[in-house]
Design a protein around this ligand. Structure first.
Ligand code: KIV
Length: 299
């Protein structure tokens, strides 16, 4: 595939085959979460390859403690908003907790809704070998699936918190086998979350599908971060993330300046922010309202 032009409006649409080609030629894949239309538009304009409407919307936007409570309806609402902001990036929708665990049929119905009603081009689900029947069924139905192994936020209580997975041999071997099983089941890519970098490197070398790391070191085929961590809108500061802006500070300062302007009557001004009207209209308004003229029929 030709090198992509990153100018807005001219760039080539990112597709799943394009991600395979990026892996083949060693071009890192950039991926970020987004939850609404304006931030999706910014990610698209910045040339990000893949935008994920992550179930992390639960913590970052909706104020939940974990990703567990977020519903499929909430995911659909945010996926539709992100869809409206994207032109080039591939849109992946996250299947939330309990929207695919119950049965293969439930997984097909939930994933199908993310595509049909949300406008996603692919879905992501968490888990290894135990979800391969879902991945296989979705792939057969033409619904592309991104796997997600390592730290699984939907199972964080079972895992005992947000900690690095796969440091010990048995756990590392299980993750390696999970990666291969997901590839065999038809997953088109894999998110590797919070695992040691040498294991992520081994997995990346062992599968043909692209791996996208978060807290998994530099040897994955791509990287994903949560939008709010990148732009400094989240309270948390994570070792695995890198902040490229401090938007929380910028926004709070802007809001303080606005409040002060209102309190000090500096905003709005007549000259800059207000609208005028003809002086004679205003003069007439100051006089008593004229009596209505009697109609010609003498009413
Ligand atoms: O929901 C999410 O934001 C994710 C990313 C961390 C990959 O799953």
């Amino acid at each position: 595939m030709a090198a992509r032009d990153e100018k807005p409006g001219k760039a080539e649409k990112v597709t799943i085959p394009a991600l395979f080609e990026m892996k083949a030629r060693g071009e890192p894949i950039s991926m970020i979460t987004a939850y609404d239309c304006p931030t999706a538009r910014l990610a698209d304009r910045a040339g990000i390859d893949v935008v994920l409407v992550g179930d992390s919307v639960a913590n970052t936007v909706l104020g939940y403690e974990s990703t567990v409570p977020v519903t499929l309806e909430e995911m659909l609402h945010h996926t539709r908003a992100v869809r409206r902001g994207l032109r080039r990036a591939l849109l992946v929708g996250d299947l939330p907790f309990l929207s695919y665990q119950v049965s293969v049929e439930q997984a097909i119905e939930s994933a199908g809704r993310l595509l049909k009603e949300g406008g996603a081009e692919a879905v992501k689900l968490e888990g290894g070998e135990e979800v391969c029947d879902r991945v296989e069924a979705l792939d057969k139905m033409g619904i592309p699936v991104m796997g997600h192994i390592g730290l699984l936020p939907q199972r964080v209580s079972r895992l005992g918190g947000y900690r690095v997975q796969g440091r010990e041999e048995a756990e590392a071997r299980r993750l390696l086998n999970d990666a291969k099983a997901l590839e065999d089941a038809g997953a088109f890519a894999l998110v590797l979350e919070l695992i040691p970098w040498p294991l992520a490197k081994l997995i990346t070398e062992s599968v043909k599908i692209p791996t996208i790391g978060i807290g998994a070191g530099p040897h994955c085929d791509g990287q994903v971060l949560v939008f709010h961590d990148v732009v400094g809108l989240s309270e948390r500061k994570l070792r695995m993330a890198k902040r490229y802006a401090e938007l929380a500070e910028t926004i709070e300062n802007a809001l303080r300046a606005y409040r002060d302007d209102v309190k000090q009557r500096r905003f709005p001004t007549v000259e800059e922010h207000s609208f005028s009207m003809p002086a004679e209209v205003l003069d007439r308004l100051r006089l008593p309202e004229p009596e209505p003229k009697p109609s010609e029929e003498g009413g």
